[in-house]
Design a protein around this ligand. Structure first.
Ligand SMILES: [Mn+2]
Length: 481
């Protein structure tokens, strides 16, 4: 359990390498090789990313698939797996004296390669030769879809083609094999996610204690960021959402001052030291006590979250859980007089998407939307679950059945998006199911979202990480602290 300020300190010039034991990376690569037939698998690590000029850089974030198979968390690396020769080579440059002067000493490539179970290492300039040799003998060169333009340009130079061709020419078989493997988390990975969640629990409880009328959103965000940096020197897993305008799904502005009547959505998570993400949402009454309306909506969302977690097990289609959440939301809104009619009929037609227009959740791992860069449909859909193009369904990131070892987020919500309500009312959309005059009386309510991170187990599921106040009583108690 993380206690603030009690983490280990290492005063040598080198930070301690944050790696799993070499055997884990070796096993992962062996399994990948056995899934794919012939040719060369090319892995391009991320490069430094300039803010406003080359030497002023964003904090470095390694590519997640590179981290998964090769572990090394620094810029300027690439790797190949030669499936025909059974050979693995890591490419990267040893630091020269100038590098040492500016950025300090670093271990040699050879030494770093051994830490992740790779015997051959060479300078980055050698990569072109390895690729050229494979292509001369007519063997295919596979790479994963690039999501940074710098990687596309690097690949275009390497393969002697244009950026546009690079961006459409990645290997789907390679991506599918990586997704199959990364979807099922090993115990070393769920442990990392739980470490991120320990920090996230501290963040959320700190936010609960700080949130009060008159405070600015960014003050609370700053307190959460301070915790993450002090404990891991790392980053949050994504830019935090902390807003009184929680009806805006990805509202990353923090400029507002909170008032007693507001609800505030806190959707924020930390990265573990080895870059595994957490993704937690809580909704707080700024006054410290939920009023009647806030309680009513909150209870529905909380019930939907409990029901979906209880139904999560191997073989359960995530789309069915999404529909279950929609049914509970609809039933609750009918009871409150905001909707009319039968909950199953409402969900079948999609009328509830006025209040719940987004998906129930997504995969979680090294990326907060895990593996989304490899192809959202490849991650969340399969041959029997195709993306539904209707409004309110097309945003679903995950629909297919889950398997043991998957880690997913479950994040139902109820949102009052005034522009959407206005448009639907004007069109008379689902007027048999939506009580528009009543809905309009809730203008300015905002939104409620609750989100936990859940591991699919042998027979069911387990909510990962330490408990984070979620019931009405727990949240009110945490806010009173
Ligand atoms: Mn999420």
């Amino acid at each position: 359990m993380i206690r603030p300020g009690k983490n280990r300190v290492n005063n040598s010039i080198f930070p301690a390498p944050k790696l799993f034991e070499a055997g884990i990376y070796r096993r992962r690569r062996k399994e990948l090789a056995s899934c794919l037939g012939k040719g060369l698998l090319l892995f391009i690590g991320n490069q430094p990313c300039a803010v406003n000029y080359a030497a002023n850089q964003y904090p470095f974030r390694q590519d997640s698939s590179f981290l998964y198979y090769w572990g090394l968390d620094e810029p300027g690396l690439a790797a190949v797996m030669d499936l025909d020769l059974g050979e693995e080579i890591l490419f990267g440059d040893d630091p020269g004296l100038e590098d040492v002067i500016w950025t300090g000493p670093r271990p040699a490539m050879k030494e770093k390669a051994l830490r992740v179970g790779v015997e051959k290492a060479g300078p980055l300039a050698g990569l072109a030769g390895a690729v050229e040799k494979a292509r001369r003998t007519g063997r295919p060169v596979h790479y994963l879809p690039p999501y940074r333009r710098a990687t596309s340009v690097f690949l275009a130079d390497l393969l002697g083609t244009g950026v546009a061709r690079i961006e459409t020419g990645s290997s789907e078989d390679f991506a599918r094999a990586v997704i199959a493997q990364r979807s099922v988390k090993g115990p070393e990975e769920t442990e990392q996610i739980e470490r991120a969640l320990e920090l996230t629990a501290l963040m959320h409880h700190r936010a609960m204690a700080l949130t009060r009328p008159g405070i600015r959103e960014r003050e609370v965000v700053a307190a959460m960021q301070a915790l993450v940096y002090a404990e891991t020197e790392g980053q949050m897993a994504y830019w935090p959402i902390f807003t009184r305008n929680g009806q805006i799904m990805h509202n990353i502005r923090h400029h507002c001052r909170l008032a007693a009547s507001d609800l505030v959505i806190n959707d924020s998570g930390a990265e573990s030291e080895m870059h595994y993400a957490s993704d937690i949402t809580r909704t707080l009454p700024v006054s410290g006590r939920f009023d009647t309306r806030q309680k009513e909506i909150y209870q529905i969302v909380n019930e939907a979250l409990d029901a979906c977690i209880a139904s999560l097990k191997p073989g359960a289609a995530f789309l069915d859980l999404h529909m279950l959440a929609g049914t509970i939301v609809s039933r609750g809104l009918v009871e409150l007089g905001l909707m009319k009619g039968d909950a199953d009929e409402i969900v079948g037609l999609g009328a509830h998407t006025l209040f719940f227009p987004v998906g129930l959740g997504h995969m979680l791992g090294l990326d907060v939307h895990d593996m989304e860069g490899l192809g959202e449909d490849l991650v969340g859909y399969d041959s029997s679950y195709r993306r539904d193009s209707r409004f309110g369904f097309r945003y679903l990131r995950l629909a297919k059945p889950v398997e043991k070892g998957y880690v997913v987020t479950v994040e139902p919500g109820i949102y009052f998006v005034e522009e959407l309500i206005g448009k639907w009312k004007e069109q008379g959309r689902f007027r048999d199911f939506i009580n528009y005059p009543e809905v309009e009386r809730w203008a300015g309510f905002g939104g409620v979202r609750l989100e936990d991170d859940v591991l699919v187990t042998e027979n069911g599921s387990r909510v990962l990480g330490p408990p984070i106040a979620r019931t009405i009583t727990e949240v009110e108690e945490a806010m009173a602290r």
